[in-house]
Design a protein around this ligand. Structure first.
Ligand SMILES: [Zn+2]
Length: 143
């Protein structure tokens, strides 16, 4: 206010500050609103190597030296992530991705996972989605 040259600058600065504050507010709102679309961390499918939400992948663990689908995702230990897709299972087998991902030596028995995926595919083909899900839950042996 001592010099006249300061006055136009002050008048200009005030609306700029308001705009900045508005932008920050919008960013916060957008970030909060986008949280539900990022449920869970991203994981890489050990078959096709695509990175996607873990909710779209099947967790696979080692139980007694064999691979087993961890449908509830509650089994302890390291998990490998795989699309519930027989093609991804084939790819993972071919590149020996399971022993690497699960940090275990030697080849792993994939029968448990394969039969789960086969059931999933059969049920999807044969029945409606609601009935199919119930059928898979019934058939899959947790052991
Ligand atoms: Zn995949």
């Amino acid at each position: 206010m001592r010099r006249p040259a300061d006055r136009p600058r002050r008048v200009l600065r005030h609306p700029v500050r308001l705009t900045e504050r508005n932008e920050i507010d919008f960013a916060v709102v957008q970030r909060q609103g986008s949280v539900p679309t990022h449920i869970g961390p991203a994981r890489t499918c050990v078959g096709c190597r695509a990175r996607t939400l873990s909710s779209e992948l099947l967790r696979v663990v080692v139980v007694d030296g064999a691979l087993a689908p961890d449908i509830q995702r509650r089994l302890p230990g390291r998990g490998a992530w795989l699309h519930p897709d027989q093609e991804c299972l084939r790819l993972a087998e071919r590149r020996r991705a399971f022993p690497r991902a699960l940090r275990v030596p030697g080849p792993l028995e994939v029968t448990g996972v394969r039969s789960y995926l086969e059931q999933l595919a059969d049920v999807r083909k044969a029945q409606g989605p609601t009935q199919g899900q119930q059928e898979v839950r019934k058939q899959v042996d947790p052991s």
